[in-house]
Design a protein around this ligand. Structure first.
Ligand code: TYD
Length: 136
């Protein structure tokens, strides 16, 4: 799929000792997980993202704290406030994303469909728009 975002709900095992959430490849995630990365120590006034990907699919979680995720498929813009560690936002290929308004101590975890590849990035918005046009 291209140009698609969708909220993914993970299971939660509630316990007086604390809550537990798990992710199973092949079950909760619509791609094979090839990489996990996380953002932390993010200053509250930082802006991250500002790019799209040719092939990469990702699911973004707020493991702790909260932040805003701005989504742009080239036609419509939307925004999501992630703050529940059970809920991730699936982001398909060819979606422009920006992140800001990180709370103090927020941790953002991302599951990704490919290893890191700078050649997969569109870091220029106009380049992203023309890639959308050229993608059949
Ligand atoms: P970038 O994807 O631009 O971060 P964000 O979208 O969160 O603002 O990556 C920032 C830097 O980190 C960039 O130099 C590439 C590097 N990086 C890796 O080396 N490996 C990775 O898995 C990721 C996500 C980034």
């Amino acid at each position: 799929a291209r140009g698609e975002v969708q909220l993914i709900n993970l299971p939660q095992v509630h316990d007086p000792r604390g809550d537990l959430t798990f992710v199973e490849g092949g079950n909760h995630i619509p791609f094979d997980i090839k990489r996990v990365y996380y953002l932390y120590n993010v200053p509250v006034d930082a802006e991250r993202g500002g790019h799209a990907h040719r092939d990469l699919e990702q699911i973004v979680f707020a493991l702790s704290g909260s932040f805003r995720l701005k989504i742009d498929d080239g036609r419509q813009k939307s925004e999501y406030w992630l703050r529940d560690p059970r809920k991730g936002l699936y982001i398909s290929r060819l979606i422009w994303r920006e992140m800001d308004s990180f709370s103090q101590g927020a941790v953002c975890m991302v599951l990704a469909s490919h290893p890191y590849d700078e050649g997969d990035y569109y870091r220029d918005y106009d380049g992203f728009i023309s890639a959308l046009r050229d993608d059949v």
